[in-house]
Design a protein around this ligand. Structure first.
Ligand code: 13P
Ligand code: ZN
Length: 269
């Protein structure tokens, strides 16, 4: 079958990473039904033949103007598509879009006219912000990790850096591999431009942000690394819950131990 991935091994490798991560999200129980979405900036893999590909959809509005995305290309999970299906058939459950010159609209170019995720305003606003900042990050992930979302159902974990410090203190790796912690965004309508604006604001200080009572949004160089940051945070939440289930409040690593880690691993905070 004709596919944009044919004879483009580097692009195929990026899409295959998305498929692998989609399988993990399903296995972890973080991707009920169509839950969660992924986009990857694939502009660096675009050749003249891709640039010449005609649109296979009508022109769609993003809902906001994103000046740094002019001429960019993204792989996007399809709206209402399941991660467990995407894991096996990434080009049937996602598509490649081209941002048009007005920086406010896009068309689908391959392989099939699969409508991108309803969270596209947040994903594209984040990519626009990352390019403006000169960031090497190319992938963004939204998912519904059970234990982390559960923590947002109480006020104390919504205060700035309370959840971050608790999660960091459960096991040294969490601070080492999610060194900027977990930002918190108060409940906002899914798919809205307001949620997109709040997300880019919070990504100034964090690589992973929590949408209260909904899910996380994570960014990194590729989709595997974005997944890893969420995975280490949720592991810490599981350790916290396991201790609580054994009937005690976990001590956590001490402030001195955390400081020692920060220096030894040369961490930013
Ligand atoms: P989509 O199926 O539109 O990607 O939505 C899933 C989701 O998690 C919305 O927040
Ligand atoms: Zn969601």
């Amino acid at each position: 079958m004709e596919s944009i991935l044919n004879n483009r091994p580097a692009l195929a490798a990026e899409v295959n990473k998305v498929a692998e991560v989609a399988g993990y999200l399903w296995q972890k129980g973080w991707a009920e039904r169509n839950g969660g979405n992924i986009t990857v900036n694939i502009t660096e893999y675009v050749d003249d033949a891709i640039k010449a590909m005609p649109a296979i959809s009508e022109v769609k509005q993003i809902g906001t103007v994103l000046p740094h995305l002019k001429g960019c290309y993204f792989y996007c999970k399809g709206t209402q598509k399941r991660m467990r299906d995407l894991a096996r058939w990434p080009m049937e459950n996602g598509s490649v879009i081209r941002i048009l010159d007005d920086c406010a609209s896009y068309v689908i170019i391959a392989d099939h006219p699969v409508m991108p995720t309803s969270e596209l305003p947040s994903h594209l606003s984040v990519h626009n912000y990352l390019i403006a900042k000169g960031s090497p990050y190319k992938a963004s992930l939204h998912t519904h990790p059970i234990e982390l979302v559960a923590m947002t159902h109480t006020k104390k974990f919504l205060e700035k850096d309370v959840a971050t410090n608790l999660l960091w203190s459960m096991i040294p790796e969490t601070k080492a591999f999610c060194p900027r912690g977990l930002g918190i965004i108060p409940y906002t309508l899914p798919g809205s431009v307001e949620l997109a604006d709040a997300t880019i604001h919070e990504l100034d200080d964090y690589d992973v942000v929590m949408w209260e009572k909904h899910g996380v949004f994570a960014v990194d160089v590729d989709i595997m690394s974005a997944f890893d940051q969420v995975d280490v945070l949720n592991k810490s939440a599981l350790i916290y819950i396991a201790a609580k289930n054994m009937g005690f409040e976990p001590d956590g690593m001490s402030q001195e131990q955390m400081k020692e880690m920060t220096v030894a691993f040369n961490l930013p905070k």
